[in-house]
Write a protein that binds this ligand. Structure first.
Ligand code: SF4
Length: 384
């Protein structure tokens, strides 16, 4: 199946305490690690300067089990594969609350940048987290960026404020328009350069660089393989977008975990070969197998990844997730010594051949699961 067929076929078509099995290979933490005042209903799809105080409060403390905060410096995206079919960000959050259209620029898509006060939040989190700076603890605070976009979407259209006003660059020098017109009688005027998503990304990496007490989890589909933009290699996507360090080499980030988001065997096989090319960009490389829509043989990726997240789909139109698929991933990871984090079994799960609905609407309470899939492990802490 070609990548385009893959996209078309696929797209059209507070935790209670629970006993978690431990592992010698990994750090295992309690599942009750979600703050009481978490925002409550986030998902992990793949996910301006208006000073909106409501925006500053939304999506800060996270309900996602494996991170403390979520951060969305820009919002909006375009579907690229079957995992995007019921994109949480599109269906449940961005369009309703922020009027962002999903799609490419030609399809009428829009992208919005968060307000400046929101953009500065990680600096406060970094200060709060100071004691955690590269120590041996297993609880360095993790930030999930971004739950309402794809960090490495190669969008080249305008970036808008939350209010829908076009934004201009702060980095690119302004040009005197009349200087290129010899003898022009018009007074000089400034031509402003539109803000690009790449500039927003560069700002994000500045923030990541300036917040060494935080671990940044970057999950992406588009950076590895993007059907709408005709990108079939990390060389055209993520490697082009990644910041350069000294000697023009791609910069290594000690506080970044880079994860490829896949849902089934074809996306795993296509995209993880691109993740492999990302070599030493980040401290950790991993897979987010969510929403899991079929079994995945991880043979190709397990030898060189550091972490796997897995989970079934949630939301009103959730596809069935067979617990056998999750258990198989757990077993493969444990055999390979790779930590695995089972986030949820999904809204509709098949367990022991029978369709089950859980009290927890996303199937996210481990106490409702068979013991064999109760695994919530993290990679070893830095310097451990
Ligand atoms: S890549 Fe992620 S954010 Fe973008 S449409 Fe797909 S699921 Fe949604």
């Amino acid at each position: 199946m070609t990548p385009a067929q893959l996209r078309h076929t696929a797209i059209t078509d507070k935790n209670s305490p629970a006993q978690i099995q431990s592992s010698n290979q990994t750090v295992v933490v309690s599942v009750a690690n979600v703050p009481d005042d978490a925002t409550g209903d986030e998902e992990t799809p793949h996910g301006g300067e208006n000073g909106d105080s409501k925006e500053r409060n939304v999506m800060a403390l996270s309900a996602i089990e494996w991170c403390k905060w979520t951060y969305n410096p820009f919002r909006g995206c375009v579907k690229t594969a079957g995992g995007c079919l019921h994109c949480y960000a599109e269906v449940n959050y961005s369009v309703k609350m922020h009027g962002i259209e999903w799609g490419t620029e030609d399809e009428g898509g829009t992208r919005k940048r968060a307000a400046l006060p929101y953009l500065k939040q990680p600096h406060r989190w970094n200060t709060e987290s100071a004691p955690a700076m590269f120590d041996k603890s297993d609880d360095r605070p993790r930030v999930f960026c971004a739950s309402l976009a794809d960090v490495f979407e190669p969008w080249s259209g305008p970036m808008l404020t939350v209010a829908g006003i076009k934004l201009f660059s702060r980095r690119t020098p302004h040009i005197l328009a009349s200087s290129s017109i010899p003898g022009s009688s018009h007074p000089p005027r400034l031509l402003q350069t539109p803000l690009t998503m790449q500039e927003c990304r560069d700002d994000l990496f500045d923030t990541i660089r300036q917040t060494p007490n935080l671990d940044w989890l970057l999950l992406s589909k588009h950076g590895f393989f993007s059907v709408p933009y005709g990108i079939e290699s990390a060389n055209d996507g993520i490697l082009k977008m990644w910041p350069k360090g000294s000697g023009q080499n791609l910069e290594h980030f000690k506080n970044v975990w880079l994860l490829c988001s896949v849902s089934d065997q074809p996306t795993h096989d296509l995209w993880t070969s691109q993740l492999f090319k990302c070599g030493n960009l980040a401290r950790l490389r991993g897979l987010s197998c969510e929403p899991l829509t079929g079994p995945i043989d991880l043979t190709l990726s397990l030898p060189w990844i550091d972490w796997v997240i897995v989970g079934g789909e949630s939301g009103p139109h959730a596809r069935i997730c067979n617990e056998v698929w999750i258990n198989d991933i757990v077993n493969q990871c444990r055999e390979a010594g790779v930590p695995v984090f089972v986030k949820q079994l999904g809204r509709i799960a098949v367990v022991d051949g029978v369709e089950r609905k859980f009290v927890h609407k996303k199937g996210g309470d481990p106490s409702e699961w068979p013991r064999r899939v109760r695994h919530r492990e993290y990679p070893k802490p830095l310097n451990a």
